[in-house]
Write a protein that binds this ligand. Sequence first.
Ligand code: PRX
Length: 658
Amino acid sequence: MTRENAGLEARLAEQESFEPPESFVEQANVADEGIYDEFEENWPACWEQAADLLDWDEPYDTVLEDDDAPFYEWFTGGRLNASANCLDRHVENGAKNRAAIKWEGELGETRTYTYGDLLYEVEAFAAALRDLGVEEDDVVTLYMPMIPELPIAMLACARIGAPHSVVFAGFSADALATRMNAADSEYLVTCDGYYRRGDALDHLSKANEGLGDVEHEVEDVVVVDRLGDAMDHDLAGNQHDYGDLVDAHRGETVDPVSRDAEDMLFLMYTSGTTGQPKGVKHTTGGYLAYTAWTSHAVLDVKPEDTYWCAADIGWITGHSYIVYGPLALGTTTLMYEGTPDYPEKDRMWELVEKNDVDIFYTAPTAIRAFMKWGTEYPDRHDLSSLRLLGTVGEPINPRAWKWYYEHIGGGECPIVDTWWQTETGGMMVTTLPGINTMKPGSAGPPLPGIDARVVDAQGETVEAGNAGYLTVQKPWPGMLRTLYNNDERFLNEYWREYSDEEADEWVYFPEDGAKIDEDGFITVLGRVDDVINVSGHRLGTMEIESAIVGTEGVAEAAVVGGDHEIKGEAVYAYVIPEDGYEGGDDLEAAIVEGVEDAIGPIARPEEVVFTPELPKTRSGKIMRRLLEDIASDNELGDTSTLRNPEIVDEIAAEVQGN
Ligand code: PRX
């Protein structure tokens, strides 16, 4: 490090707030701070601004219908189609030849789809799906990695009014089967495989294994040939080659089905505190309006931009901010198939330079990895095309924020630290980049129109400077409408904690802890339920525990999250072996394999600690807090209420000894 750099680092380390650069403010989509008051005074009609970003087949009658709260409805009576909003209208408005998706494959190949091309592909696949018998409201499962056929399939489903349920390609066969069973989904679109760090991975065998556990009949499976000659599979009787299907329907016109604003656009399964994932239901009008609005206001997306969200479409971030929000606004969205360190650790910056990326949105876990690899990688590239940076998925530590600001943004790009969830559909708490001061580590104020408050255990708003629980006290258009086929769980999970049901006052509880400061800035502290956040991905500890307990030789297990330098949190498993079994390498390997089979490699334990007992209260409840402290190397809390306090030191010695 040069002396000059060292001086700058030291200055940045001290600096607690940053103003958006004038050059950014001058061109920002939203730069008038009056928007906060305007939305508050004019709520809920303010949300017409979001709806106005879309084209409606039929205008809506009511902005918000709250008769059956918390089963809220938005833009009722309105009709629209999401694929028409993401494609047709741009083609009709002169953007036919603008790039819609630029795809960068891992091996260096590229594909560009203009809005015209994308519409053509979507229509061909929509016609193919229809021909297979997919009808409006049939749930189509998409189990695919980051290849263009994934957004094409999503938009084709949206076009014919068939909700999609995307299952992250890194999830296991079991996870696929659980989700197809829960959604009663009779159609699957998948692929033969994909590339990871130069190797061809077999995906279809995993999909087939999952299909073997689907309890109902699966009508059709469509298989994209991603690997060509690199891998051969025999297709089963109900399996069709994607390319053949599309070729048979090229050039066909498929009119977009006019959907009610409240009709389901998609389902997305996310982890909860039980072993059964939650099927979050998003609708056509509210979700699309909200993702378009937040892409406009927060990500500052403009049609002429090249915008890159480096998430995977298999998670909500990719749905909202690779596909629906950016395409609704008619911009160019970049999609990357591979990993950030292949073929070299400068891959992301090479792609930013090559594509003149204007806006870059990623997760803190990636930023921490970039930081660890060092500045030599971004320094190899001209990153001056960047105008705005974003983060999502987990809290960002101020050091990583400042590194991102300086070494990627060159000190000239605002950073938006966006707090939201699968359930919220889009961003909820973040600065508006053309308006607010930024405070590294703190997401910012709630967005205009979003009534997020930090409350204590009784639901009273905490004073500035204090910590408590994050709540959202008014509905918003992008909110989940229910958990699929499970209204009761929807009520229990999100609404029972702080609502006054008698008074019909409904408070949404996201299960995050948070702090609020004197400027109303919210710092999100993390989950307060048994959900952990590994590399920005949400995993239920119960799901992992049940996979571990299902392994032969395991009597009992407790899984908690422990601090991790790069991943934010990592999975720690404390395991009691069954009588007659030894806790050792063999059992550990079996446990890891069990978790990978049940969920996927992402849930793989960082450490498996064998112990003769787990710390339990006198009533027999496992004291997870203590296990978390051990995993994170924190000072241990009170052990006096334990039935077996001595075990805590034993476990701590075991972990620290490693
Ligand atoms: O704990 C919060 C954390 O991620 C959770 C939501 O996870 P998921 O539904 O998978 O969606 C992730 C992408 C939107 C939240 O409950 N989280 C998300 N964004 C932030 C965050 N924690 C702190 N700061 C954030 N910006």
